[in-house]
Design a protein around this ligand. Structure first.
Ligand code: NAD
Ligand code: WQD
Length: 346
C-alpha cells in the first residue's frame, strides 16, 4: 500500500496494549495510517513511542476512554477514519469474577457506545478482539469456529455478548463490515525486543510467568494440575505468536475495508502444547532454568483447547507462521532486555 495521505486511516482502540501495540506496528508496516485511543488503564504510552522508533512512522495516541461519547465523537469527526480495530477491554478472568459489573460496563457498554459513535459518524467497518474463551470447555478439539459457545466466567460472557451484538448489528444494517477474531493464547513479543507484554503485578498467564521465573523475578512456576487427560497430565493450549496474531488483524482489516458483512474466525496455530512443553522450550530458548512444582488445578481451567483455524485460511488467506521456539526466544529477548517491562521508561 502506498504511504500517501490516501492510505486508509484506522482507529485502534486499546492500541497501547500488548496485542494492540504489535498490531499498530504491523499496520504501519503495511502502509496504513493509525490513531490510537487508549485510557492507559493497563498499558503505557511508551509502547507506542517504541513502535514509532521501530517503524519511523507516527502512532498518535489519544488518551481517553471508549465510554466517553463526547471524546469519541470529536475524535471521529477530526480524524476521518475508514475502519476501527477494537482491542480496548479488560481481560483478567479472575478479576472479572470479582468485579463483574466493571467488566460488563467496560467491555459491553464500552463497545455499545463505540458502535453508536461509529454509526453516527458513518464508519461501519470494525474488527473485534474476541477470544477462544467464548467456547468455554470445548466438546471437540481442534475447536471448529461453529462450535457451540459456553463461556464460564464474566470476562468470557462479555466477549460472547459483544459477538451477539455485532451479529444483530450486521442483520440490522447490511452496510456494516464486521470481523470477529477469536484469539487462542497470544504469547511472545516483537523480535526487536523493544515491545512486548508488560502485565501489572504478578502475571496470571503462563508465558509471562515463565519469563519472570527465567529472569529471576519470580522463584518458581506453579504448574496448575498434573492429572489432566493430556499426554503429560498438564493443560494443553494453542499458543500463537503475537506477531502472527497482529498480521491476522492486517488481513482482517483488508477484508472489512473491501466488503460488508460479518465473519468470524479462530486465530491460532492449530497445535496444542502442554505447560511442561512450554517450560522446557523456554529453558532452551533462554539458557536459564525454569524451576517448577506441580500444584492443584486452577479453578475454571480446562484440559485442552486448540484451534481449527481453517476459516482464517479460507476467508483471510492467513495462517500462523511462527512456532514455539520463536515464541519463547522473542518473549525471552523482551523480558531480558526489559526486566521491568516499560516500567523505567514510562
Ligand atoms: P491489554 O490490556 O494489554 O490491552 C487492552 C488495552 O485496552 C490496554 O491498553 C488498556 O489500557 C485499554 N483499555 C481498556 N479499557 C479501555 C477503555 N474503556 N477505553 C480505552 N482503552 C481501554 O490486553 P491485550 O492482551 O492486548 O488484549 C487486547 C484485546 O484482546 C482485549 O480485548 C482482550 O480481551 C483480547 N484478548 C486477549 C487475549 C490475551 O490472552 N492477551 C486473548 C484473547 C482476547
Ligand atoms: C495456560 C495454561 C494453566 C499459569 C487465558 C484466558 C483466556 C485468554 C487467554 C483472553 C493452563 C497453566 C498458567 C501458571 C500454569 N485470554 N498455567 N501456571 O487459561 O488458557 O487462557 O488467557 O481472552 O480467556 O482464560 O491461559 O496462560 O492463564 O494458562 O500452570 O502460573 O498454563 O493451567 O493450562 P488460559 P493461561
Amino acid at each position: 500500500m502506498d504511504q500517501t495521505h490516501s492510505a486508509p486511516k484506522v482507529l485502534v482502540t486499546g492500541g497501547a496494549g500488548y496485542i494492540g501495540s504489535h498490531a499498530v506496528l504491523e499496520l504501519l508496516a503495511a502502509g496504513y495510517r493509525v490513531v490510537v485511543l487508549d485510557n492507559l488503564s493497563n498499558s503505557s504510552a511508551e509502547s507506542l513511542r517504541r513502535v514509532t522508533e521501530l517503524t519511523g512512522k507516527p502512532a498518535p495516541l489519544v488518551v481517553g476512554d471508549i465510554r466517553d461519547r463526547g471524546l469519541v465523537t470529536d475524535l471521529l469527526a477530526r480524524e476521518q477514519v475508514q475502519a476501527v480495530i477494537h482491542f480496548a477491554g479488560l481481560k483478567a478472568v479472575g478479576e472479572s469474577v470479582e468485579q463483574p459489573l466493571a467488566y460488563y460496563d467496560n467491555n459491553v457498554n464500552g463497545t455499545i457506545i463505540l458502535l453508536e459513535c461509529l454509526a453516527a459518524a458513518g464508519v461501519r467497518a470494525l474488527v473485534f478482539s474476541s477470544s477462544a474463551t467464548v467456547y468455554g470447555d470445548p466438546q471437540q478439539v481442534p475447536v471448529p469456529v461453529d462450535a457451540p459457545l459456553g463461556p464460564t466466567n464474566p470476562y468470557g460472557q462479555t466477549k460472547a455478548m459483544i459477538e451477539q451484538i455485532l451479529g444483530d448489528l450486521a442483520i440490522s444494517d447490511p452496510r456494516w463490515a464486521l470481523g470477529i477474531l477469536r484469539y487462542f493464547n497470544p504469547v511472545g513479543a516483537h523480535p526487536s525486543g523493544r515491545i512486548g507484554e508488560d502485565p501489572r503485578g504478578i502475571p496470571n498467564n503462563l508465558m509471562p510467568y515463565v519469563s519472570q521465573v527465567a529472569v529471576g523475578r519470580l522463584a518458581e512456576l506453579a504448574v496448575f494440575g498434573g492429572d489432566y487427560p493430556t499426554p503429560d497430565g498438564t493443560g494443553v493450549r494453542d499458543y500463537i505468536h503475537v506477531v502472527d496474531l497482529a498480521r491476522g488483524h492486517v488481513a482482517a482489516l483488508a477484508r472489512v475495508l473491501a466488503r460488508p458483512g460479518k465473519f468470524t474466525v479462530n486465530l491460532g496455530t492449530g497445535r496444542g502444547h502442554s505447560v511442561l512443553e512450554i517450560a522446557h522450550a523456554f529453558e532452551k530458548a533462554s539458557g536459564r532454568r525454569v524451576p517448577y512444582r506441580v500444584v492443584g488445578r486452577r479453578p475454571g481451567d480446562i484440559a485442552q483447547c486448540y484451534a481449527d483455524a481453517s476459516s482464517a485460511r479460507q476467508l483471510l488467506d492467513w495462517q500462523a507462521e511462527l512456532g514455539l521456539a520463536a515464541m519463547c526466544a522473542d518473549a525471552w529477548r523482551w523480558q531480558s532486555d526489559n526486566p521491568q517491562g516499560y516500567g523505567e521508561a514510562s
